[in-house]
Design a protein around this ligand. Sequence first.
Ligand code: AMP
Length: 299
Amino acid sequence: MNDVLIIGTVALDTIETPFGKVEKVLGGSATYASFAASFFAKPALVSVIGRDFPKDCMELMKSRGIDVEGVKIDDKTFHWEGFYEYDMNEAKTRKTELNALEHFKPEVPEKYKGIKYVFLANIDPEHQLSVLRQMNNPEFVVLDTMNFWIDNKKEELIEAIKNADVLLLNDGEARQLFSTANLVKASNEALGLGPKAVIIKKGEHGALLFTKNKHFSAPGYPLENIKDPTGCGDSFGGAFIGYLAKTKDLNEQNFRRAIVYGSVVASHNAEDFGLNRLKNLAMSDIEKRYREFQDIREF
Ligand code: AMP
């Protein structure tokens, strides 16, 4: 039985970083999120791909136990082209070709509708809302987004945020969405819309958790070998919700553990291009780095 529903993009990405370039490799917010979640839970995917989508990519997803019954096939696969300069915290977009995403109408298969943990990964907020409306009473909804949707569909995005329990954003997006330079102010604005918690991802510098009364800061892992940060935010979100779905405990303390697991998987993801690192990652690697995180935080 699947225990996390993920909607987001399945993409072919062209990525350039100071350490190399790859063309049309497997990517997308839902892909990274479901790979990361699959270390802890059984993800089910709602998305769309094109007829050009390579068979081996689909096989790779299935090999991680990801249920792809909710992935439609239509037209051409979504293509994102981006690059990073030496500050790898900020992805710069060269091209966004929505392709099949443009006319996509997400349909949640009947057997997924009772899933209690839902991750609305980065995709058109109208699709995020449509999926939420099709679900039967989800217990816990996490929403992620990016500047493209803040620029193009802000109203729909605000509506989707009102329906989420946790809002995930990176620091630049939080400043942009709430028109303030101050992250505490941005978080308070976000909490005012409805979510019980806001998590602000700060790239290599870790993540901040804001709730009404509390604040937690998870450190970044001091990675020596960063090749490609694409998908770190999505892997963070996937591991975060996957761990919560596995432990079925939504207490503040367990949230903190889930944030550290999210940071661990995201830090591994940056070690190689595309999904190359996640596809070879073992649970023992995750547990080892989790213990190192505990050590970093002790004082
Ligand atoms: P991140 O975790 O923020 O690095 O997300 C990277 C992934 O987001 C890439 O694999 C892209 O395919 C995907 N992506 C890029 N632009 C968009 C967009 N506008 N909507 C949804 N996904 C996107």
